[in-house]
Each structure stands twice: as structure tokens, then as C-alpha cells.
Design a protein around this ligand. Sequence first.
Ligand SMILES: C[S@@+](CC[C@H](N)C(=O)[O-])C[C@H]1O[C@@H](n2cnc3c(N)ncnc32)[C@H](O)[C@@H]1O
Ligand code: SF4
Length: 459
Amino acid sequence: MDTASLAERIERRDFAPEVYAYPTPRMLMPTDTFSISDAQFTDEANIYIHIPFCNQLCSFCGYLKTVDRAGTLQDGYIDALIGEIRLYAPLLSEKTVRTLHFGGGTPTLISDHQLERVLRALTDANPRLLHSATEVSIESTPERIEKKRFETLRDLGFNRVSIGVQTLDDREIALSGRKNGKEISSRAISSLQDAGILNVVVDLMIGIGGQTVKSFERSAQSLASLRPDTVELYALGLMPETRLSKAFFSGISSDISPGISPRTASSRDDAILMGNDDIYRCYSIGQQIFSQAGYVQDCHNRYAIPCRGGFLQEDYLFDGMSVIGLGAGARSYARNIQYRNVHSLNGRVAIAQYIATISSGRNAVTATFVVDDDERARQYAIGHIESLDRAAFSRSFGPFEMRLPEELRQLQESGIAHIDESIIALNPDGLKYRDLVARMFFSPASRSKEREYRSGVAG
Ligand SMILES: C[S@@+](CC[C@H](N)C(=O)[O-])C[C@H]1O[C@@H](n2cnc3c(N)ncnc32)[C@H](O)[C@@H]1O
Ligand code: SF4
């Protein structure tokens, strides 16, 4: 077991995959007795809808999805989704919905008619929804963007659209199995801007196969000149059952990604393709390029044009506002419990089980995790570590130095944070180590589950 301190991890440039929620999905335990009334959701809440269809399977992507070009699975899936919304209707009717996000997969693969049916089911359950939600958001891919379609979506209420550009280097795009070359991606961004989408969001990857520090810099510079409202930087992580992780761990990764240098430090726990030093260099380059271009750094990996960009659903989740997740594999976050709908690494299996379960009138929840006070304190610390108000933490959990003394000591020793009586905040350069810091706050049980999971990825 690696017992290195945070300072030692930073010194040896360890890399940690992104912690996008805590407790992580690895803490979920199987259940077949869950009832929606078991969950205590906050009065203001967010809705997440999972649409698991794609036109391609990218080599690196481990999200729940399947290729369904002919669209044969879609009607059945949308019927089930509407069935699930009706199961949740009594709960939804009581909530003030602050954000609605369609994630995937590629949610824009479903038709306008199907989208409208889902929106109608949601507004039947909660007629105020489209007025109370300040963010209504959907994910798409650059090659699916046509101005007219997105004008229609804007008129339906969508004000945020995110697209996975990943890189503006055509060779890197081809290696990943994607089709959005630089021209397609650039056109997609301007079409969304022309369609009047308020918040145009672009995902850019660090460490995608074949990428170098120089080519990342070129992509980031080109992207900044296209001026999307938000840029999300994702450092490539190896996810189970992806073509990339299988190729990497069977030693044939050069077929997919020539020129890669696997991480230099310690085990394969959190192996990635680009070397760790280079990953951190790219984070710093991104910070410089987007700051100089007038973006503010919203969090460790997000840059936003002030008053336009951002991702409220993620911010609200970290602030403790509940998320009600609907669709195959969707996760829900309530105050007392987190849970996940039927999930499988095989998207088709998950979709079939989801449709069958909802059609029989039952909820689709197959795994839960009860969040106790200790995990809630850790969750809060992770969610606020970029700038944590000690008085606010103390009101819920008691003094930080009593609650998480060892973590505070390690943070002090690492030198990457500003710490005084009122605030604990990562300094600008420390932000790039946010995921190492987040993992330091994991409970012993969570660390052990993560180790099991990572050895599964490699196995
Ligand atoms: C669920 S995908 C949706 C985007 C959309 N389907 C597309 O590909 O254009 C959201 C984002 O997750 C990121 N992502 C996917 N797999 C990843 C991985 N293995 N490591 C890091 N980020 C990843 C990509 O940047 C992707 O755009
Ligand atoms: S990155 Fe996007 S398009 Fe590619 S497989 Fe994942 S969800 Fe589908």
C-alpha cells in the first residue's frame, strides 16, 4: 500500500484521475429493496437525464452508452424514461428545480420530438421547471451541430450546450476513433454561437493518444481564439473495458497511440498515456492561455467567460444540492444516500434491463450508499477545497482542525494552499493538484474500494 504523503506525491508528480463526485461510484452496494421515499432530497434540486446513445465508440470513453445508428432502441428507451419520470412525479412536483442536464452518450442523437416528449413529462410533473431552472443543458458532438437544430433547442429552453472537441489536431482525433477534425469542430462552435446558445461549452482533453505538450498548446490556443463560453479540460484517465485500456494493459498501445510515455512514478494504479510531468505542464499552459484570453478559472479544470460560462449543476452538487438522476446508469445524490440506476459496462445490457424494470412498474435502482456524517464532511471538504470557508464547514461538522487534522497537516506541509483562520484555499499553481488533494480526503473505506477498482482496470 502506498502511504506517501501529499507533499511526496506532488514531489514525484503523481497523477490522479478526476474526482467528479464523492463518495465515488465504487462505494455503491447492490440492493433490490430501494424505495424512492428512502432518499431525502434537498428542496432545491437538480435533474440529470442519461441518454446512452452514440454514433461511434471512442477508444478512451468508459461512459454508459451504445451505438444505435438506426435508432431502433431509442423509442423504447424514451418510453421507459417517461415511465421513470412518472414514478418520480410526486417527488418532482415538490421541488424547485435549479438545473436540468441531459448527459450521455450523445443526447442530441434523439429527435426533437423525443426530446419534447421528455420535457413534457418533466413539466407535467413540475410545471414550474423551465422557469425555475437557470441552466438547461445538453451534451452533443461537434459533427452533430447544425445551426437550425440548435435554434430549435434554444427555443425549447436549452441555454447551455457542451461538445466534446477533445483536440484540434486531426491526427489525434483519428487515433481516438472520432470524426471531428479541426474544421468540423471550429464550425460547430460558431454554429452554436450563431444559434444564440448562451453558454457554449467545449471539452478539451489533456493526454489524448498521440498528443504532445506542443500539440496541446496549439489546440488550446486555437480553441481560445474561437471563444467558447466555457472550456472544460479533461486529463485522460484509463477507464475499464475501453479499447484504450485493453490495448494499454496488453502492451499494444502503440497501435493506437504512438509516442506515449506511461507514467514514470510508482504503480499502474492510475496509469495514463502522456507522462505525468507533461500532463501538469499542459495544465499550466492551459491556465496561462485561457487566463490571457480573458477567461476566469472557475475550478481546477474549468475556464469561463465571466457572466456567461460555467456549469451550475456541478457547482450546486458540490455545494450539497441534491441531484435526481434518471435513465440507465444515472446517479442520484440525496442528503442521506446516493444511488445508481441499473448499470453495466455493456451499454445494451444496461438499457435492456432498465427498460424491462421500468416497464414492470418498479424503480431501476440497483446500488446505494448511505452517506454518514464522516463521509459528508469529506464530501464537503473535497467539494470546496479550491476555497473552503472554515466557519461554514464548522457550522455543519465542527472545527476543520478537529475533524480532519491529518489532512490539514498534509495540506500545510505541501505548500500548495493558503491557510488561515478563515479560509483554506489551493493557490493558483496548487489547483492542478486538486485531484491528488481530493484523494487525500478519501475515507479509508473509499481508498480501499478505489484500489480494487484500479487493479480491475489494469486486469
Ligand atoms: C460523456 S462525454 C460527452 C461528450 C460527447 N458525447 C462527445 O464525445 O462529443 C463527456 C466528456 O468526457 C470526457 N471523457 C470521456 N472519456 C474520458 C476519459 N477516459 N478520461 C478523461 N475524460 C474523458 C470527454 O472530454 C468527453 O467530451
Ligand atoms: S466520448 Fe462521447 S461520442 Fe465518444 S463514446 Fe464517449 S460519449 Fe460517445
